[in-house]
Write a protein that binds this ligand. Sequence first.
Ligand code: BGC
Length: 467
Amino acid sequence: MKNKNYVWFMAAIAATGGLLFGFDTGVISGALPYMQTDLNITDGEKETITSLALIGAMVGALVSGYISDMIGRKRVILIAAVIFLIGAVLCGAAPDVTNLIIARVFLGVGIGIASFSTPLYIAEISPAKIRGTLVSMFQLLITVGLLGAFLSDSAIADDSNASCWRTMFYVGVIPAIILLVGMLFLPESPSWLLSKGREQEAIKIMEKVEDQETIQKEVARIKGDLNVKSQEMGLVETFKQKWMIYPIMIAAMIMFFQQAVGINTVIYYGPDIFQKAGFGHGEASVMAQVSVGVVNVIFTIVSLFLIDRIGRRKLFFMGMTGMTITLLMIGYCFTQLDTMGESGRYGIVASMLLYIAFFAVSMGPLGWLIITEVFPVKVRGVGSSIGSIANWSFNALIVWTFFKMIGFLTTYFGNNEAYGTAGAFGVFAAVAVIGMLWGYFFLPETKGKKLEDIESHWRNGGNPKDL
Ligand code: BGC
């Protein structure tokens, strides 16, 4: 590698896309308690405001594949940065709930575009040797973005000023400007330039980071990849292949379980849950959310070290077992709040932090990794989209139904909200148990496997478990 600092500079600017992804999905958590007072919104409206951004993200992820092939990676990230910038201002300035919802959908499209194009751009501009590290940094930056949002929400939270949620959104303008200005100085992706036949421009950019010998090899490799890609099967054709059932099912189901264990109820509604547990209004609960963000970052770093060492299956079972136990612990503490008082409340925070740790070390990074590994190269683009779309839609579904589920269970338990909330976490625990059963039969161990070997295993009708 020729110019290490330059490569890290490029990756850092581009990774701001991941940071914004985290920031703009997480910022809602601290804003919701104040919106509730300021705009007089119901739990149902909270679900709509939160989940419609995720539907926007689904649309963003869906279209950005086509657009980034058409106009280039750099321009697409610039568009995302502009959406982040305008979206943050529109959300902060929204005069009423309807406008807020529209602004959130718009911001969501930016999140979806960033979730697809940033890792792609980073992978394409990084020298082969450190590509893996740079791409996994993306997941880490999502969690750093979430923590950034929790910290900024907590600094702004002010119980004497119900409209403080507006400032929380305005803060999103700062990372958006960094991404926008930074990207203006970054080059286009060499792979994309090559795909458009602009070889000289591509080589010029590569000369900044690679030595001549590697450049020749890389150009040949990218051209080879492009050849394969030009024969890429369409979505319909892909579905028609019988042996593709396993990879498609695995990509959709790993994302289903990643979301259906309820992770984002804690990430987006954490302060609301803390309030249900008896923490005073706003400030205290928004502050408690910061600890969720810190644990999330720390254990995502731990996971980066473990994932290639102990393998996917072990990590999956370890994480899911831990999540089942800690979800039951959260539920149990809710049922004991009346008798345990203060200690029950801290029991909920402690179990929630342990739950986040188990998620961050396993399902967080695993979901995004598995979807890049199970598909044959010819359909990896389509396959990754299936995974991303599944991720955003299951995310929206869980987030949209959380308070509804609590409401339903509260009525079921004779109008006892603590039991209703406990019940919801019990449901997530049950999902984690079903997830383990699914994983036992269907989660392949992809650690150290060549992607071609995984493909021929499917073609030969092999079971995921026997990989
Ligand atoms: C998930 C997100 C979640 C985040 C939490 C990601 O892997 O896809 O939905 O908010 O982890 O760190």
